[in-house]
Ligand binder design. Structure first.
Ligand SMILES: [Zn+2]
Length: 70
C-alpha cells in the first residue's frame, strides 16, 4: 500500500471544498491551493504553505494563491 495514496475526502480547511487526502490528512486543495495538513502543522506558517491557516483563511477567499503554487 502506498502510504501517501489519497484515499479519503474532507472539506478543505480554508475554502471548504471537498478534497482528497491521504491517511495523514495531507492533500492539496485544487480550488484554493491550500495544502491541508494536521492542525498542529498549520497553526503557524510552515512548509509547504508559508502561511498560517488563520492568514490563509483571510487571504485565500479573495482569490490569492498560496506560495506553494508559485
Ligand atoms: Zn481550499
Amino acid at each position: 500500500m502506498a502510504p501517501y495514496k489519497k484515499t479519503m475526502t474532507k472539506a478543505c480547511d480554508v475554502c471548504g471544498k471537498p478534497i482528497k487526502i491521504d491517511q495523514f490528512g495531507n492533500g492539496k486543495c485544487k480550488n484554493c491551493g491550500w495544502v491541508n495538513d494536521k492542525p498542529e502543522f498549520t497553526k503557524k506558517a510552515n512548509y509547504p504553505n508559508f502561511l498560517s491557516l488563520e492568514d490563509a483563511k483571510k487571504s485565500l477567499p479573495r482569490g490569492e494563491k498560496t506560495p506553494a503554487d508559485l
